[in-house]
Design a protein around this ligand. Structure first.
Ligand code: F6P
Ligand code: MG
Length: 440
C-alpha cells in the first residue's frame, strides 16, 4: 500500500488554496455580511425589532468568523445543536489527530477542503442559530440573478431541446449519440457559471450555449463520452420492463448550470436511455451557488411561468416528471459535510446503499471532483479509479471544469504540456473533463 499524496492546503504558500483562504474566502464573508445589512429593513418589516436583533447577532458572528480566518486561529468545535454538529466535531477531532505535532487545526494549516466546508457550515450556523431569520439564504439573490442574466441562453437551450423532442422518436442510434454528446457538453460548460469561483461576481451564461461547442472540444482534456454512451445504450438494450434504468445526478450550481442539467436529464428520459432520474441537492446553502431544494423548485416554477413558449413547456414537463415520480429530488446531510467520498460508506452507509441502486452517477462540478479524488496533490497520470480510493457505489462520471489544482487520469506529458503554455490551466475554468469510472 503506497501512502496517499498530501492534501491541498493554504500552508503551501502561493498555491491556489493559499490564495483562496487568504483572499477569496474573506471576500465571500464580507459579501455575506453586506447582504444581511442590505436586508435589514426587510427583516424589520417582517419580524420587527426581533428581526433586526437577529440580523445584528448574525453579522457579529460572521465578523468574528472572518477575523478568526484572517488571523489563522484554530478551528473551533461547532457550538450549535444542528443535527450534523456531532459529525463535524468528530471530524475536527480526526484532523487534530492527523496534525500531531503540527499544532491545532487552523485555517492556513489544515486541508483546504476542510476549512472551506467549515466556513460554509459556520455561515449556516450564523443564521440557523438566530430565529426568526434562521432560514434566510444569504446566497439566494445571487443565484436568482445568475438565472435572470442567463435568460437568453436558457431560451436558446429550451428552444433547441423542444425542437429536438418533436422528432426524437425518429432518431437512429448515431443521431441519438450525437444529441447526447451535445447536451453533455452544455451541462459540462454550464459548470463555468458558479459564483463561489468569482466570489459572487457576475458569472452567467451570455452566449448561446450550443453554438461554440465544436470550438471547445480541444479543451476537454479527459473525454469519456463514448464510454458513457456505451453504458447507457447497453443498459437500454438489456432493459426489460422489470428493471428500470436509474441515473443519479449529484447537482452543483443553480442558475444556468441547473437548467443545463435538467435538459440533459430530460433528454435521458425522453430518449428512453433512462427511466428514472434522482437529483441530489444540498440541504443547506453551500459554496455560494449550489442548488438547494428551494432553488430546484424555484427554477422549475420560473420556467413554467416564463413568458416564452418553449421555456414554459420545459417547466411544465419537468413539474410533471416530479409528479409522476420519474424525477426524484433528494438531499442528504452527507453532501454538506467535509468528508471526502471515500468515507461515504462508513459515514453515510444509507446514502452509499442508495447510490448502489443506480446505473450511473453523474457528479457535477469542481467541488464534487475534489471530494471524489480526496483533494490531494496527485500526479496527473494516476488513474481515476485509484484516486477514487474505493468509492465505487456504481459506474460514475465527473463533469467538471477545472477550478482547483488537482487532476488525475491524464496521459503522460499531457499536464506538463498544457502547463507550459498556460500556467493557470487548472484554476481558470477554461478546461473541462468528462471522466468515467466503470466499476463496479
Ligand atoms: O476554487 C474555486 C472554487 O470556489 C472552489 O472552492 C470549489 O472547488 C469550486 O470553486 C466550486 O466550484 P463548483 O461549483 O464547480 O463545485
Ligand atoms: Mg458549486
Amino acid at each position: 500500500v503506497t501512502a496517499l499524496p498530501v492534501s491541498l492546503s493554504a500552508r503551501f504558500k502561493g498555491s491556489f488554496a493559499y490564495f483562496t483562504v487568504k483572499d477569496r474566502l474573506p471576500q465571500i464573508l464580507t459579501k455575506t455580511i453586506d447582504t444581511l445589512h442590505r436586508h435589514k429593513n426587510e427583516f424589520f418589516e417582517e419580524y420587527g425589532e426581533k428581526g433586526v436583533e437577529a440580523e445584528k447577532r448574525a453579522i457579529s458572528f460572521l465578523s468574528k468568523l472572518r477575523n478568526e480566518l484572517q488571523t489563522d486561529k484554530p478551528v473551533t468545535p461547532l457550538e450549535d445543536e444542528l443535527p450534523d454538529a456531532a459529525l463535524w466535531n468528530q471530524y475536527l477531532e480526526y484532523q487534530r489527530n492527523l496534525s500531531d505535532g503540527n499544532g491545532e487545526p487552523s485555517w492556513f494549516q489544515s486541508p483546504w477542503l476542510f476549512v472551506e466546508c467549515y466556513m460554509y457550515r459556520r455561515i449556516h450556523a450564523a443564521l440557523a442559530q438566530n430565529p426568526p431569520i434562521g432560514s434566510f439564504d444569504v446566497f439566494k439573490e445571487g443565484k436568482a440573478q445568475n438565472f435572470f442574466e442567463s435568460q437568453e441562453a436558457i431560451i436558446a437551450l429550451c428552444t433547441y431541446f423542444q425542437e429536438l423532442l418533436k422528432n426524437i422518436k425518429d432518431l437512429d442510434e448515431k443521431q441519438l449519440q450525437g444529441e447526447l454528446f451535445k447536451l453533455l457538453q452544455v451541462s459540462l460548460w454550464g459548470n463555468k457559471c458558479d459564483l463561489s469561483f468569482s466570489a459572487g461576481e457576475k458569472s452567467s451564461q451570455k452566449s448561446s450555449p450550443l453554438q461554440c461547442l465544436e470550438d471547445m472540444v480541444p479543451y476537454i482534456i479527459v473525454n469519456d463520452m463514448e464510454k458513457l454512451w456505451s453504458l447507457l445504450i447497453n443498459a437500454k438494450k438489456r432493459n426489460t420492463d422489470k428493471c428500470n434504468v436509474r441515473v443519479d445526478i449529484i447537482l452543483d450550481n443553480a442558475g444556468f448550470e441547473l437548467v443545463s442539467d435538467l435538459v440533459l436529464t430530460d433528454f435521458l428520459l425522453s430518449s428512453k436511455l433512462a427511466d428514472e432520474i434522482h437529483f441530489h441537492g444540498k440541504s443547506i446553502p453551500w459554496y455560494v451557488s449550489d442548488t438547494t431544494k428551494s432553488d430546484f423548485n424555484w427554477t422549475i416554477k420560473q420556467l413554467q411561468s416564463a413568458n416564452h413558449m418553449w421555456m414554459s413547456r420545459c417547466g411544465i414537463n419537468w413539474e410533471g416528471n416530479l409528479k409522476k415520480g420519474v424525477w426524484v429530488y433528494q438531499d442528504h446531510m452527507f453532501w454538506t459535510l467535509p468528508h471526502i467520498y471515500s468515507s461515504m460508506a462508513e459515514v453515510a452507509p444509507d446514502l452509499y446503499a442508495d447510490l448502489q441502486r443506480s446505473n450511473l452517477l453523474l457528479f457535477k462540478g469542481d467541488l464534487n471532483y475534489r471530494k471524489l479524488t480526496g483533494d490531494r496533490k496527485w500526479e496527473y497520470t494516476v488513474p481515476f479509479h485509484q484516486a477514487l480510493n474505493k468509492f465505487h457505489p456504481a459506474p460514475l462520471c465527473s463533469l467538471r471544469t477545472l477550478k482547483s489544482d488537482t487532476q488525475v487520469g491524464l496521459k503522460p506529458g499531457q499536464g506538463e504540456q498544457i502547463q507550459a503554455s498556460e500556467p493557470e490551466w487548472m484554476v481558470s475554468g477554461k478546461y473541462g473533463i468528462v471522466q468515467f469510472d466503470a466499476t463496479p
